[in-house]
Write a protein that binds this ligand. Structure first.
Ligand SMILES: Cc1cc2nc3c(=O)[nH]c(=O)nc-3n(C[C@H](O)[C@H](O)[C@H](O)COP(=O)(O)OP(=O)(O)OC[C@H]3O[C@@H](n4cnc5c(N)ncnc54)[C@H](O)[C@@H]3O)c2cc1C
Length: 533
Protein backbone atom coordinates (compact mmCIF):
# COMPACT_ATOMS: atom_id res chain seq x y z
CA UNK A 1 0.00 0.00 0.00
CA UNK A 2 2.60 2.51 1.02
CA UNK A 3 4.92 2.98 -1.95
CA UNK A 4 2.02 3.73 -4.21
CA UNK A 5 0.30 5.98 -1.73
CA UNK A 6 3.50 7.88 -1.02
CA UNK A 7 3.83 8.95 -4.62
CA UNK A 8 0.16 9.35 -5.33
CA UNK A 9 -1.43 12.82 -5.20
CA UNK A 10 -0.21 16.30 -6.07
CA UNK A 11 3.24 17.71 -5.42
CA UNK A 12 3.76 18.90 -1.86
CA UNK A 13 0.75 21.12 -1.10
CA UNK A 14 -2.30 19.83 0.73
CA UNK A 15 -5.37 21.26 2.40
CA UNK A 16 -4.60 19.46 5.65
CA UNK A 17 -1.32 18.07 6.90
CA UNK A 18 -1.81 15.61 9.77
CA UNK A 19 1.37 14.73 11.66
CA UNK A 20 1.48 11.23 13.19
CA UNK A 21 -0.41 8.12 12.04
CA UNK A 22 -1.37 6.96 15.54
CA UNK A 23 -4.69 6.36 17.28
CA UNK A 24 -5.94 9.91 16.61
CA UNK A 25 -4.01 10.65 13.40
CA UNK A 26 -5.45 7.64 11.54
CA UNK A 27 -8.97 8.79 12.44
CA UNK A 28 -8.29 12.32 11.23
CA UNK A 29 -6.73 11.24 7.95
CA UNK A 30 -9.67 8.94 7.25
CA UNK A 31 -12.42 11.36 8.26
CA UNK A 32 -10.95 14.47 6.59
CA UNK A 33 -10.34 12.61 3.32
CA UNK A 34 -14.01 11.54 3.18
CA UNK A 35 -14.50 14.85 1.37
CA UNK A 36 -13.06 14.16 -2.09
CA UNK A 37 -12.56 17.88 -2.70
CA UNK A 38 -9.83 18.23 -0.07
CA UNK A 39 -6.29 16.87 -0.21
CA UNK A 40 -4.92 15.36 2.96
CA UNK A 41 -1.36 14.38 3.87
CA UNK A 42 -0.64 12.03 6.76
CA UNK A 43 3.01 12.12 7.81
CA UNK A 44 4.45 9.31 9.92
CA UNK A 45 7.99 9.00 11.22
CA UNK A 46 7.79 5.21 11.40
CA UNK A 47 7.47 2.65 8.64
CA UNK A 48 4.66 0.40 7.48
CA UNK A 49 2.99 -1.88 10.02
CA UNK A 50 4.18 -5.16 8.49
CA UNK A 51 5.95 -6.72 11.49
CA UNK A 52 4.02 -9.98 12.11
CA UNK A 53 4.23 -9.40 15.87
CA UNK A 54 1.84 -6.46 15.37
CA UNK A 55 -0.91 -8.87 14.30
CA UNK A 56 -0.20 -11.39 17.08
CA UNK A 57 -1.97 -10.20 20.25
CA UNK A 58 0.31 -12.01 22.71
CA UNK A 59 3.46 -10.50 21.15
CA UNK A 60 2.79 -6.85 21.93
CA UNK A 61 5.64 -6.67 24.44
CA UNK A 62 8.04 -8.10 21.84
CA UNK A 63 7.57 -4.91 19.82
CA UNK A 64 9.36 -2.90 22.48
CA UNK A 65 12.88 -1.82 21.48
CA UNK A 66 12.19 -2.61 17.82
CA UNK A 67 11.91 -0.28 14.82
CA UNK A 68 8.23 0.12 15.75
CA UNK A 69 9.06 1.70 19.13
CA UNK A 70 10.48 5.14 19.96
CA UNK A 71 11.79 3.49 23.16
CA UNK A 72 11.97 6.65 25.24
CA UNK A 73 13.64 6.80 28.63
CA UNK A 74 12.48 9.07 31.46
CA UNK A 75 14.69 11.30 33.54
CA UNK A 76 15.68 9.84 36.94
CA UNK A 77 12.55 9.67 39.12
CA UNK A 78 12.98 10.74 42.75
CA UNK A 79 9.66 9.04 43.60
CA UNK A 80 10.82 5.77 42.05
CA UNK A 81 14.15 5.26 43.74
CA UNK A 82 15.97 7.46 41.22
CA UNK A 83 15.27 5.09 38.33
CA UNK A 84 15.21 6.14 34.68
CA UNK A 85 12.11 4.43 33.34
CA UNK A 86 11.48 2.87 29.96
CA UNK A 87 8.62 4.50 28.01
CA UNK A 88 7.71 2.70 24.76
CA UNK A 89 5.62 4.55 22.14
CA UNK A 90 4.46 3.27 18.78
CA UNK A 91 6.40 4.36 15.70
CA UNK A 92 4.64 2.85 12.71
CA UNK A 93 1.28 3.10 10.95
CA UNK A 94 -1.27 2.89 13.76
CA UNK A 95 1.19 4.47 16.22
CA UNK A 96 0.79 3.14 19.74
CA UNK A 97 -2.40 1.32 18.70
CA UNK A 98 -0.12 -1.02 16.72
CA UNK A 99 2.01 -1.97 19.73
CA UNK A 100 -0.44 -1.66 22.61
CA UNK A 101 -2.21 -4.36 24.61
CA UNK A 102 -5.43 -3.83 22.60
CA UNK A 103 -7.59 -3.03 25.64
CA UNK A 104 -10.59 -0.86 24.66
CA UNK A 105 -11.72 0.96 27.80
CA UNK A 106 -13.21 4.43 27.17
CA UNK A 107 -13.38 5.39 30.88
CA UNK A 108 -16.06 6.72 33.21
CA UNK A 109 -18.61 9.46 32.47
CA UNK A 110 -17.15 11.38 35.44
CA UNK A 111 -13.86 11.67 33.52
CA UNK A 112 -15.44 14.21 31.24
CA UNK A 113 -17.12 16.37 33.92
CA UNK A 114 -13.93 18.38 34.65
CA UNK A 115 -13.28 18.70 30.92
CA UNK A 116 -16.74 20.21 30.37
CA UNK A 117 -16.42 22.37 33.50
CA UNK A 118 -13.18 23.72 32.10
CA UNK A 119 -14.01 24.32 28.43
CA UNK A 120 -17.74 23.77 28.00
CA UNK A 121 -20.21 21.23 26.75
CA UNK A 122 -18.31 20.25 23.61
CA UNK A 123 -16.46 17.80 25.88
CA UNK A 124 -19.15 16.59 28.29
CA UNK A 125 -19.83 12.83 28.51
CA UNK A 126 -23.06 13.42 26.60
CA UNK A 127 -21.09 15.12 23.84
CA UNK A 128 -18.21 12.63 23.59
CA UNK A 129 -20.11 9.37 24.08
CA UNK A 130 -21.53 9.38 20.52
CA UNK A 131 -17.97 9.61 19.21
CA UNK A 132 -16.96 6.46 21.08
CA UNK A 133 -20.00 4.71 19.66
CA UNK A 134 -19.24 6.03 16.15
CA UNK A 135 -15.82 4.35 16.25
CA UNK A 136 -16.91 0.97 17.65
CA UNK A 137 -18.08 -2.26 16.07
CA UNK A 138 -18.86 -4.90 18.68
CA UNK A 139 -17.91 -8.36 17.40
CA UNK A 140 -19.11 -10.44 20.32
CA UNK A 141 -22.44 -11.85 21.39
CA UNK A 142 -25.06 -9.13 20.72
CA UNK A 143 -26.51 -9.81 24.17
CA UNK A 144 -23.21 -9.02 25.89
CA UNK A 145 -22.03 -5.81 24.26
CA UNK A 146 -24.96 -3.49 24.81
CA UNK A 147 -22.81 -0.48 25.63
CA UNK A 148 -20.82 -0.52 22.36
CA UNK A 149 -21.47 0.81 18.89
CA UNK A 150 -21.99 -1.72 16.14
CA UNK A 151 -21.20 0.09 12.90
CA UNK A 152 -17.85 1.84 13.42
CA UNK A 153 -14.43 1.07 11.92
CA UNK A 154 -12.87 -0.43 15.07
CA UNK A 155 -13.71 -3.99 15.96
CA UNK A 156 -14.20 -4.61 19.68
CA UNK A 157 -14.10 -8.30 20.62
CA UNK A 158 -14.18 -10.33 23.82
CA UNK A 159 -11.04 -12.46 24.39
CA UNK A 160 -11.12 -15.15 21.69
CA UNK A 161 -9.63 -18.02 23.68
CA UNK A 162 -9.23 -16.91 27.31
CA UNK A 163 -7.38 -18.87 29.92
CA UNK A 164 -9.78 -20.82 32.19
CA UNK A 165 -8.43 -19.00 35.24
CA UNK A 166 -9.76 -15.68 33.91
CA UNK A 167 -13.26 -16.81 34.94
CA UNK A 168 -11.86 -17.49 38.41
CA UNK A 169 -10.67 -13.90 38.64
CA UNK A 170 -14.22 -12.70 37.91
CA UNK A 171 -15.55 -15.05 40.60
CA UNK A 172 -13.01 -13.64 43.04
CA UNK A 173 -14.20 -10.12 42.22
CA UNK A 174 -17.78 -11.19 42.96
CA UNK A 175 -16.61 -12.56 46.31
CA UNK A 176 -15.32 -9.11 47.31
CA UNK A 177 -18.46 -7.39 46.10
CA UNK A 178 -17.59 -6.21 42.59
CA UNK A 179 -20.39 -6.63 40.05
CA UNK A 180 -19.67 -8.18 36.67
CA UNK A 181 -20.34 -5.78 33.80
CA UNK A 182 -21.97 -8.17 31.39
CA UNK A 183 -22.75 -5.43 28.87
CA UNK A 184 -19.12 -4.34 28.57
CA UNK A 185 -17.14 -1.32 29.72
CA UNK A 186 -18.51 1.32 27.37
CA UNK A 187 -21.30 2.67 29.57
CA UNK A 188 -21.26 5.73 31.83
CA UNK A 189 -20.20 3.78 34.97
CA UNK A 190 -17.66 0.98 34.58
CA UNK A 191 -17.25 0.26 38.30
CA UNK A 192 -17.05 -3.53 38.51
CA UNK A 193 -15.25 -6.29 36.63
CA UNK A 194 -15.29 -7.77 33.14
CA UNK A 195 -13.29 -9.74 30.63
CA UNK A 196 -11.28 -7.22 28.67
CA UNK A 197 -12.87 -5.78 25.50
CA UNK A 198 -10.18 -5.96 22.84
CA UNK A 199 -9.29 -4.28 19.57
CA UNK A 200 -9.18 -7.59 17.77
CA UNK A 201 -10.90 -9.17 14.82
CA UNK A 202 -11.08 -12.97 14.92
CA UNK A 203 -8.17 -13.18 17.34
CA UNK A 204 -5.75 -10.75 15.60
CA UNK A 205 -4.96 -7.13 16.52
CA UNK A 206 -7.16 -4.50 14.92
CA UNK A 207 -5.30 -1.17 15.11
CA UNK A 208 -6.41 2.34 14.19
CA UNK A 209 -4.51 1.80 10.93
CA UNK A 210 -6.54 -1.35 10.23
CA UNK A 211 -9.87 0.25 11.02
CA UNK A 212 -9.50 3.77 9.70
CA UNK A 213 -6.43 4.19 7.54
CA UNK A 214 -6.27 1.16 5.30
CA UNK A 215 -9.72 1.62 3.74
CA UNK A 216 -9.02 5.36 3.30
CA UNK A 217 -5.70 4.73 1.55
CA UNK A 218 -7.61 3.75 -1.55
CA UNK A 219 -8.67 7.39 -1.92
CA UNK A 220 -6.70 9.50 -4.40
CA UNK A 221 -6.99 12.58 -2.15
CA UNK A 222 -5.07 11.00 0.77
CA UNK A 223 -1.28 10.75 0.66
CA UNK A 224 0.48 8.83 3.40
CA UNK A 225 4.15 9.51 3.94
CA UNK A 226 5.88 6.84 6.00
CA UNK A 227 9.49 7.00 7.25
CA UNK A 228 9.09 10.78 7.28
CA UNK A 229 9.85 12.62 10.49
CA UNK A 230 8.50 16.12 10.94
CA UNK A 231 11.10 18.49 12.36
CA UNK A 232 8.95 21.55 13.06
CA UNK A 233 5.80 23.43 12.12
CA UNK A 234 6.37 26.33 9.72
CA UNK A 235 4.73 29.45 11.17
CA UNK A 236 4.53 32.59 9.01
CA UNK A 237 2.90 35.79 10.24
CA UNK A 238 1.21 33.91 13.08
CA UNK A 239 -0.20 31.19 10.83
CA UNK A 240 0.90 27.57 10.40
CA UNK A 241 1.57 27.11 6.70
CA UNK A 242 3.05 23.63 6.70
CA UNK A 243 5.64 21.38 8.25
CA UNK A 244 9.32 20.88 7.66
CA UNK A 245 10.13 17.20 7.33
CA UNK A 246 12.78 14.74 6.23
CA UNK A 247 11.44 15.10 2.71
CA UNK A 248 11.24 18.90 2.70
CA UNK A 249 8.33 21.22 3.37
CA UNK A 250 4.78 19.89 3.12
CA UNK A 251 2.49 22.89 2.77
CA UNK A 252 -1.00 23.15 4.28
CA UNK A 253 -3.52 25.49 2.66
CA UNK A 254 -6.01 25.14 5.52
CA UNK A 255 -4.56 23.55 8.64
CA UNK A 256 -1.74 21.59 10.22
CA UNK A 257 -2.96 19.06 12.80
CA UNK A 258 -0.45 17.61 15.25
CA UNK A 259 -1.37 14.04 16.26
CA UNK A 260 2.16 13.02 17.21
CA UNK A 261 1.13 11.83 20.67
CA UNK A 262 1.68 13.05 24.23
CA UNK A 263 5.45 13.19 23.73
CA UNK A 264 5.70 13.99 20.02
CA UNK A 265 3.17 16.85 19.87
CA UNK A 266 4.60 19.05 22.65
CA UNK A 267 8.09 18.24 21.37
CA UNK A 268 7.17 19.52 17.89
CA UNK A 269 5.56 22.67 19.31
CA UNK A 270 8.72 23.43 21.26
CA UNK A 271 10.93 22.76 18.24
CA UNK A 272 8.72 25.27 16.39
CA UNK A 273 9.39 27.96 19.00
CA UNK A 274 6.02 27.54 20.73
CA UNK A 275 6.30 27.04 24.47
CA UNK A 276 7.84 28.42 27.64
CA UNK A 277 10.07 31.26 26.47
CA UNK A 278 12.83 30.75 29.03
CA UNK A 279 12.98 27.01 28.38
CA UNK A 280 13.11 27.52 24.64
CA UNK A 281 15.93 30.04 24.91
CA UNK A 282 17.83 27.72 27.25
CA UNK A 283 17.66 25.05 24.54
CA UNK A 284 18.78 27.47 21.84
CA UNK A 285 15.37 27.76 20.14
CA UNK A 286 14.06 31.23 19.21
CA UNK A 287 10.59 31.66 20.72
CA UNK A 288 7.82 32.58 18.28
CA UNK A 289 4.75 32.13 20.52
CA UNK A 290 4.76 32.22 24.32
CA UNK A 291 2.74 29.25 25.55
CA UNK A 292 4.10 28.15 28.93
CA UNK A 293 1.76 25.15 29.21
CA UNK A 294 3.44 23.22 26.40
CA UNK A 295 4.86 19.99 27.86
CA UNK A 296 3.41 20.60 31.34
CA UNK A 297 0.62 18.70 33.11
CA UNK A 298 2.04 15.33 32.05
CA UNK A 299 -0.04 12.57 33.65
CA UNK A 300 0.38 8.80 33.44
CA UNK A 301 -1.05 5.65 34.99
CA UNK A 302 1.44 3.96 37.28
CA UNK A 303 1.24 0.21 37.89
CA UNK A 304 2.77 -2.46 40.10
CA UNK A 305 2.33 -6.17 39.49
CA UNK A 306 1.60 -8.65 42.28
CA UNK A 307 2.84 -12.00 41.02
CA UNK A 308 2.07 -15.34 42.65
CA UNK A 309 3.36 -18.81 41.83
CA UNK A 310 0.72 -21.04 40.26
CA UNK A 311 -0.38 -24.42 41.54
CA UNK A 312 -1.99 -25.27 38.21
CA UNK A 313 -0.65 -25.32 34.64
CA UNK A 314 -0.30 -21.89 33.03
CA UNK A 315 -0.62 -22.29 29.24
CA UNK A 316 0.45 -18.70 28.53
CA UNK A 317 3.84 -19.36 30.12
CA UNK A 318 4.56 -21.67 27.20
CA UNK A 319 2.71 -19.68 24.54
CA UNK A 320 5.25 -19.02 21.84
CA UNK A 321 5.79 -22.56 20.53
CA UNK A 322 5.76 -23.69 16.87
CA UNK A 323 2.51 -25.57 17.56
CA UNK A 324 0.83 -22.48 19.01
CA UNK A 325 2.17 -20.38 16.13
CA UNK A 326 0.62 -22.81 13.66
CA UNK A 327 -2.66 -22.81 15.58
CA UNK A 328 -2.70 -19.04 15.57
CA UNK A 329 -1.92 -18.80 11.85
CA UNK A 330 -4.41 -21.48 10.82
CA UNK A 331 -7.30 -21.07 13.24
CA UNK A 332 -6.64 -17.82 15.14
CA UNK A 333 -7.00 -19.79 18.36
CA UNK A 334 -4.78 -20.66 21.30
CA UNK A 335 -2.67 -18.62 23.72
CA UNK A 336 -1.20 -16.35 21.02
CA UNK A 337 -4.63 -14.72 20.66
CA UNK A 338 -4.34 -13.59 24.29
CA UNK A 339 -3.44 -9.96 24.95
CA UNK A 340 -2.20 -11.24 28.36
CA UNK A 341 -4.35 -8.69 30.24
CA UNK A 342 -7.49 -10.82 29.97
CA UNK A 343 -9.77 -9.23 32.59
CA UNK A 344 -10.06 -6.01 34.57
CA UNK A 345 -11.77 -4.55 37.61
CA UNK A 346 -12.46 -0.91 38.54
CA UNK A 347 -13.16 0.14 42.13
CA UNK A 348 -12.71 2.88 44.73
CA UNK A 349 -9.92 2.91 47.28
CA UNK A 350 -12.31 4.04 50.05
CA UNK A 351 -14.97 1.49 49.10
CA UNK A 352 -17.51 4.29 48.87
CA UNK A 353 -19.74 5.50 46.07
CA UNK A 354 -18.40 7.54 43.17
CA UNK A 355 -16.12 6.94 40.23
CA UNK A 356 -13.26 4.43 40.61
CA UNK A 357 -9.73 5.55 41.42
CA UNK A 358 -8.08 2.12 41.10
CA UNK A 359 -7.96 -0.65 38.52
CA UNK A 360 -6.84 -4.27 38.60
CA UNK A 361 -5.64 -6.19 35.57
CA UNK A 362 -5.67 -10.00 35.62
CA UNK A 363 -2.92 -11.71 33.62
CA UNK A 364 -2.69 -15.53 33.67
CA UNK A 365 1.12 -15.39 33.46
CA UNK A 366 3.87 -13.55 35.35
CA UNK A 367 4.23 -10.09 33.76
CA UNK A 368 7.14 -8.01 34.97
CA UNK A 369 9.69 -5.55 33.62
CA UNK A 370 7.69 -5.01 30.39
CA UNK A 371 7.50 -8.68 29.52
CA UNK A 372 6.47 -12.16 30.53
CA UNK A 373 8.41 -14.74 32.51
CA UNK A 374 8.07 -18.31 31.23
CA UNK A 375 7.18 -19.58 34.70
CA UNK A 376 3.88 -20.80 36.11
CA UNK A 377 2.42 -17.78 37.84
CA UNK A 378 -0.41 -15.24 37.87
CA UNK A 379 -0.30 -11.44 37.92
CA UNK A 380 -2.61 -8.86 39.40
CA UNK A 381 -1.57 -5.44 38.16
CA UNK A 382 -2.73 -2.52 40.32
CA UNK A 383 -3.19 0.81 38.55
CA UNK A 384 -3.52 4.30 40.04
CA UNK A 385 -6.25 5.83 37.88
CA UNK A 386 -6.42 9.43 39.06
CA UNK A 387 -2.91 10.60 39.99
CA UNK A 388 -2.56 14.08 41.38
CA UNK A 389 1.14 14.09 40.49
CA UNK A 390 2.11 15.99 37.37
CA UNK A 391 5.24 15.72 35.25
CA UNK A 392 6.72 17.61 32.36
CA UNK A 393 8.29 17.25 28.95
CA UNK A 394 11.06 19.68 27.99
CA UNK A 395 13.63 19.97 25.27
CA UNK A 396 16.97 18.41 25.90
CA UNK A 397 19.27 21.41 26.08
CA UNK A 398 22.17 19.37 24.77
CA UNK A 399 20.30 18.12 21.70
CA UNK A 400 16.93 19.83 21.11
CA UNK A 401 16.29 17.72 17.99
CA UNK A 402 16.97 14.49 19.89
CA UNK A 403 14.53 12.82 22.28
CA UNK A 404 12.88 15.25 24.70
CA UNK A 405 13.46 15.09 28.44
CA UNK A 406 10.56 13.18 30.03
CA UNK A 407 9.91 13.74 33.72
CA UNK A 408 6.71 11.87 34.70
CA UNK A 409 6.88 13.22 38.28
CA UNK A 410 5.61 9.95 39.75
CA UNK A 411 4.56 10.28 43.41
CA UNK A 412 5.43 13.95 43.54
CA UNK A 413 2.13 14.20 45.46
CA UNK A 414 2.04 11.98 48.60
CA UNK A 415 -1.67 11.26 48.36
CA UNK A 416 -1.01 9.16 45.24
CA UNK A 417 1.09 6.74 47.26
CA UNK A 418 -1.62 6.35 49.92
CA UNK A 419 -4.28 5.50 47.33
CA UNK A 420 -1.92 3.17 45.50
CA UNK A 421 -1.08 1.22 48.67
CA UNK A 422 -4.76 0.62 49.34
CA UNK A 423 -5.03 -0.84 45.83
CA UNK A 424 -2.15 -3.21 46.55
CA UNK A 425 -3.80 -4.34 49.79
CA UNK A 426 -7.03 -4.93 47.87
CA UNK A 427 -5.18 -7.10 45.35
CA UNK A 428 -3.65 -9.14 48.18
CA UNK A 429 -7.16 -9.78 49.47
CA UNK A 430 -8.29 -10.87 46.05
CA UNK A 431 -5.54 -13.48 45.79
CA UNK A 432 -6.79 -14.74 49.18
CA UNK A 433 -10.38 -15.39 48.07
CA UNK A 434 -11.87 -18.87 47.84
CA UNK A 435 -11.78 -18.55 44.04
CA UNK A 436 -8.10 -17.66 43.63
CA UNK A 437 -6.46 -19.12 46.77
CA UNK A 438 -6.30 -22.70 45.41
CA UNK A 439 -4.57 -21.46 42.24
CA UNK A 440 -1.59 -19.85 43.96
CA UNK A 441 1.16 -20.72 46.42
CA UNK A 442 3.84 -18.22 47.41
CA UNK A 443 4.82 -14.83 46.01
CA UNK A 444 7.06 -14.64 42.96
CA UNK A 445 9.83 -12.04 42.57
CA UNK A 446 9.86 -9.13 42.39
CA UNK A 447 6.63 -9.22 44.45
CA UNK A 448 7.75 -9.74 48.08
CA UNK A 449 4.40 -11.05 49.37
CA UNK A 450 2.54 -9.43 52.23
CA UNK A 451 4.91 -7.03 53.98
CA UNK A 452 4.50 -3.93 56.15
CA UNK A 453 3.78 -0.54 54.60
CA UNK A 454 7.39 0.62 54.67
CA UNK A 455 8.55 -2.42 52.70
CA UNK A 456 5.59 -2.12 50.37
CA UNK A 457 6.53 1.48 49.58
CA UNK A 458 10.09 0.33 48.87
CA UNK A 459 8.75 -2.30 46.43
CA UNK A 460 6.57 0.28 44.73
CA UNK A 461 9.49 2.63 44.24
CA UNK A 462 11.79 -0.15 43.00
CA UNK A 463 9.37 -1.98 40.73
CA UNK A 464 6.44 0.30 39.90
CA UNK A 465 6.21 1.09 36.22
CA UNK A 466 4.31 2.96 33.54
CA UNK A 467 1.10 1.50 32.12
CA UNK A 468 2.05 3.45 28.95
CA UNK A 469 -0.68 6.11 29.20
CA UNK A 470 0.96 9.58 29.07
CA UNK A 471 -1.50 12.44 28.44
CA UNK A 472 -2.01 16.15 29.16
CA UNK A 473 1.10 17.78 27.67
CA UNK A 474 -0.85 20.08 25.29
CA UNK A 475 -3.71 20.51 27.69
CA UNK A 476 -7.04 21.93 26.57
CA UNK A 477 -8.27 24.86 28.67
CA UNK A 478 -10.38 28.01 28.63
CA UNK A 479 -9.40 31.57 27.73
CA UNK A 480 -7.35 33.09 30.51
CA UNK A 481 -5.92 29.75 31.68
CA UNK A 482 -2.16 30.31 31.45
CA UNK A 483 -1.46 26.55 31.25
CA UNK A 484 -3.87 25.89 28.37
CA UNK A 485 -2.20 25.01 25.08
CA UNK A 486 -5.34 24.45 22.97
CA UNK A 487 -8.87 25.82 23.22
CA UNK A 488 -12.07 23.78 23.21
CA UNK A 489 -11.81 23.42 19.43
CA UNK A 490 -8.25 22.14 19.83
CA UNK A 491 -6.77 25.27 18.22
CA UNK A 492 -3.28 26.11 19.45
CA UNK A 493 -3.45 29.44 21.22
CA UNK A 494 -1.65 32.23 19.42
CA UNK A 495 -1.20 30.41 16.08
CA UNK A 496 -3.80 30.30 13.33
CA UNK A 497 -4.24 27.15 11.26
CA UNK A 498 -2.73 24.84 13.86
CA UNK A 499 -4.45 22.27 16.08
CA UNK A 500 -3.38 19.43 18.31
CA UNK A 501 -5.58 16.33 18.36
CA UNK A 502 -4.29 13.33 20.31
CA UNK A 503 -3.87 12.11 23.90
CA UNK A 504 -1.87 15.22 24.78
CA UNK A 505 -4.94 17.49 24.85
CA UNK A 506 -6.63 15.67 27.76
CA UNK A 507 -7.00 18.10 30.68
CA UNK A 508 -7.12 15.17 33.11
CA UNK A 509 -6.36 11.50 32.56
CA UNK A 510 -9.31 9.14 32.13
CA UNK A 511 -10.20 6.26 34.45
CA UNK A 512 -9.68 3.75 31.67
CA UNK A 513 -7.06 3.14 29.02
CA UNK A 514 -6.03 5.91 26.68
CA UNK A 515 -6.36 4.49 23.16
CA UNK A 516 -10.17 4.74 23.12
CA UNK A 517 -10.18 8.41 24.26
CA UNK A 518 -7.43 9.21 21.71
CA UNK A 519 -9.66 7.75 18.97
CA UNK A 520 -12.62 9.72 20.34
CA UNK A 521 -10.49 12.90 20.25
CA UNK A 522 -9.62 12.15 16.61
CA UNK A 523 -13.30 11.70 15.79
CA UNK A 524 -14.31 14.86 17.70
CA UNK A 525 -11.51 16.87 16.10
CA UNK A 526 -12.48 15.79 12.60
CA UNK A 527 -15.97 17.25 13.10
CA UNK A 528 -14.57 20.45 14.66
CA UNK A 529 -12.24 20.89 11.69
CA UNK A 530 -14.97 20.22 9.14
CA UNK A 531 -17.30 22.65 10.94
CA UNK A 532 -14.67 25.38 10.57
CA UNK A 533 -14.82 25.41 6.78
C1 LIG B 1 3.14 -0.83 25.09
C2 LIG B 1 1.86 -0.05 25.15
C3 LIG B 1 0.71 -0.68 25.59
C4 LIG B 1 -0.49 0.03 25.67
N1 LIG B 1 -1.64 -0.63 25.95
C5 LIG B 1 -2.82 0.02 25.82
C6 LIG B 1 -4.05 -0.69 25.87
O1 LIG B 1 -4.07 -1.91 25.94
N2 LIG B 1 -5.20 0.02 25.78
C7 LIG B 1 -5.20 1.39 25.64
O2 LIG B 1 -6.28 1.99 25.60
N3 LIG B 1 -4.06 2.08 25.57
C8 LIG B 1 -2.87 1.42 25.60
N4 LIG B 1 -1.71 2.10 25.42
C9 LIG B 1 -1.78 3.56 25.22
C10 LIG B 1 -2.44 3.95 23.89
O3 LIG B 1 -2.07 3.07 22.87
C11 LIG B 1 -2.07 5.40 23.58
O4 LIG B 1 -2.50 6.24 24.63
C12 LIG B 1 -2.70 5.91 22.30
O5 LIG B 1 -2.41 5.04 21.23
C13 LIG B 1 -2.18 7.32 22.02
O6 LIG B 1 -2.69 7.77 20.80
P1 LIG B 1 -2.11 9.09 20.16
O7 LIG B 1 -2.83 9.29 18.87
O8 LIG B 1 -2.12 10.18 21.16
O9 LIG B 1 -0.54 8.79 19.89
P2 LIG B 1 0.17 7.58 19.17
O10 LIG B 1 -0.77 6.48 18.86
O11 LIG B 1 1.38 7.26 19.96
O12 LIG B 1 0.58 8.19 17.75
C14 LIG B 1 1.56 9.16 17.56
C15 LIG B 1 2.17 8.92 16.18
O13 LIG B 1 2.92 10.06 15.80
C16 LIG B 1 4.16 9.63 15.24
N5 LIG B 1 5.10 10.73 15.41
C17 LIG B 1 5.58 11.22 16.58
N6 LIG B 1 6.43 12.24 16.35
C18 LIG B 1 6.46 12.40 15.00
C19 LIG B 1 7.17 13.30 14.13
N7 LIG B 1 8.00 14.25 14.60
N8 LIG B 1 6.98 13.19 12.79
C20 LIG B 1 6.13 12.24 12.28
N9 LIG B 1 5.46 11.36 13.06
C21 LIG B 1 5.63 11.45 14.40
C22 LIG B 1 4.49 8.38 16.01
O14 LIG B 1 5.45 7.59 15.35
C23 LIG B 1 3.13 7.74 16.15
O15 LIG B 1 2.84 6.91 15.05
C24 LIG B 1 -0.50 1.42 25.33
C25 LIG B 1 0.66 2.04 24.88
C26 LIG B 1 1.83 1.33 24.78
C27 LIG B 1 3.06 2.02 24.27
Amino acid sequence: MSTESRTRGPAETFDYVVVGAGSAGCVLAARLSEDPSVRVALVEAGGRDTNPDIRTPYSFFKLMHTDEDWAFQSSPQPGMGGREMFWPRGRTLGGSSSINAQMWIPGHSEDYRPWAESVGDLWSWEAVEPYFRRSERWAGDPGRGGTYGTEGPLWISPPRDPDPTTARFLEACAEVGLRELTQGLGGPDHTGCAVTPLNQLRGARWSAADGYLRPAMERPNLTVFTDTQVRRVVVEDGRATGVESDRGVLAARREVVLSAGAIGSPHLLMLSGIGDVDDLRAAGISPTVELPGVGRDLQDHLTLNLIMEATVPVPLADADTPANRARFEEERLGPLTSNIAEAVAFFRSDGGPGAPDLELIWAPIPFTDHGTAAKPGFTLGVILLQPESRGRITLSAADPAGPPRIDPGYFSVDEDLRVFLSGLRFAERLFDTASLRPLVSGPMAPWPGTVDDAQLVKTVREHGDTLYHPVGTCRMGPDGDPGAVVDERLRVRGVRGLRVADASIMPTITRGHTHAPAVMIGERASDLIREAV
